[in-house]
Design a protein around this ligand. Sequence first.
Ligand SMILES: [Fe+2]
Ligand SMILES: [Fe+2]
Length: 251
Amino acid sequence: MERPIAYDKLAREERFVRKRARDIAELRMAQGLSPMADLASRESIRERVHGILVGELQAMEGAGRTVCDFPDAPWEFTLDMARQVWDESRHVEIYLGLLEYLGGYVGEFAESTILWRCACAEDAAARVAGVNRGLEGLACDVFNQLIHIARKIGDPVIERAVDFVLADEITHVRMGSRWLNELTKGDPDRRRQAIAFQETIDERFNLGGVRLDGAHEEVGISIAKEARRLAGFTDEEIDKLVRSTQRSPVY
Ligand SMILES: [Fe+2]
Ligand SMILES: [Fe+2]
């Protein structure tokens, strides 16, 4: 089997529209908007929900790819990744429902495949560090903020739906921490490289100052310290992420 699948070969129905992440951000900035949709209005929440939907789709594809790419990994690892495919497929369904609830439709906004491309690391340890700890950590931030905003605007549908998804993402981060440790046991170099890969992803998704440690209403993406603690990040790791957001280059 060819591995990894090139980002432009992901199977999609015709209604999906694909664009490079950088091009989407540049187009938005040319219109005087932030690089990614904020949560300030129902319209921008709809756009954010569309972005999350395609992210969930790619998370499902990434976890499935990991099942195939590492046939010699411990079977519990494969089982965890297969469970994750199932979880992510439910997330896709939940976000499809939320998109419809918000009056949107698939293809209303462009899909970038940046998450998938991050999920194509060659080493299984790097992949779980980058995807399950980096990207799913980002999901914890984004979902926690969305839950908070939904509660504030009095929308229990969004609040509860996203809360169900967040509970799963917390377990995905924990899986990542477990397998990062187990796969790199006795191999500090491999561990260092996996963590370095995760840090490049964290840095990239700070989005040049969009992700910050701040009030949910005031920053583009707020760091979910409590959810991250529940997910097994240490205080030291959370502090390190907060520090990294303070020195990110402009997108
Ligand atoms: Fe998910
Ligand atoms: Fe996930």
